[in-house]
Design a protein around this ligand. Structure first.
Ligand code: SAM
Length: 241
């Protein structure tokens, strides 16, 4: 539960807050269905589809929701990725949360995404954020919001991106594009103390992995990642101290 009482905690609350009021939303890989249930209960979404990858997984979702008849503006569908969605659903928002970034990129690469129209993407990748950010930038999405959360000691990233906007090049006076894809162009500029805390923890870990006695490709990669973490920490706004 989040500090404000949201079931599923601060991670789900962050996703809820990224959904524009009145949206028609598909939650891909909904699992427990918490997000669409909260969006509808709070009146933030006008229509929700919760999907699961297989009929068996959808049955589990149905059981978690309970026996109550669903409201007419809440549909449950089984299928891989975007497959259960139709242009006639007139969706505004696609949510993919709690999955690996590579799974999210696979799902978003389906041609059906284009047919679904200009949906806002709300994404919460488990690891490898650079994989997701690179795909977004390469597919003409603009990242409009990035939030870093720490829940029970675990860091989570949530981001929102919108299509069809000509993005100025992702740049920063002190960081490379690769640095920004790892650290997040908006998080780097945010001045959030949690961003500094995250990078300090990363740097401590990478110093251990790249210290004296560490050799081979793993040690060399850790040394490169350590230099990157040092650059990012150096570039964070000083008011984040
Ligand atoms: C860890 S759960 C996250 C649930 C929820 N989205 C959240 O953030 O709390 C990931 C869910 O995604 C579903 N999933 C994984 N790959 C999928 C795919 N290709 N299409 C639809 N659902 C998928 C899994 O079955 C699982 O229920």
């Amino acid at each position: 539960m989040s500090r404000d009482g949201t079931p599923g905690g601060d991670r789900i609350r962050a996703l809820v807050e990224m959904v524009p009021a009145g949206s028609r939303v598909a939650d891909i890989g909904s699992d427990h269905g918490l997000l669409p249930r909260i969006l509808l209960a709070e009146g933030r979404a006008s229509f929700c589809i919760a999907t699961e990858i297989t009929p068996a997984a959808l049955d589990r979702l149905v059981n978690r929701i309970g026996d109550h008849p669903l409201p007419a503006n809440f549909e449950l569908r089984a299928g891989n990725g975007l497959a259960p969605l139709r242009p006639s659903d007139r969706l505004d928002v696609l949510v993919l949360a709690g999955m690996g970034a590579r799974t999210q990129v696979d799902i978003l690469s389906a041609p059906l995404r284009i047919d679904l129209g200009n949906c806002r993407l709300i994404l919460q990748p488990q690891g490898e954020p650079a994989v997701l950010r690179r795909w977004l930038v390469g597919n003409r999405y603009r990242i409009v919001e990035e939030r870093l959360l720490q829940v029970s000691g675990v860091f989570h990233l949530a981001l929102a991106a919108v299509p069809g906007i000509l993005e100025p090049p992702v740049d920063h006076p002190a960081l490379t594009e690769a640095d920004l894809m790892v650290a997040g162009p908006l998080l780097v500029r945010s001045g959030e103390p949690l961003v500094r805390k995250y990078w300090e923890i990363q740097l401590r870990r990478l110093k251990r992995l790249s210290g004296p006695g560490t050799r081979g490709p793993g040690g060399r990669q850790a040394a490169r990642d350590r230099e990157q973490a040092e650059r990012v920490l150096e570039a964070l706004p000083s008011d984040a101290l």
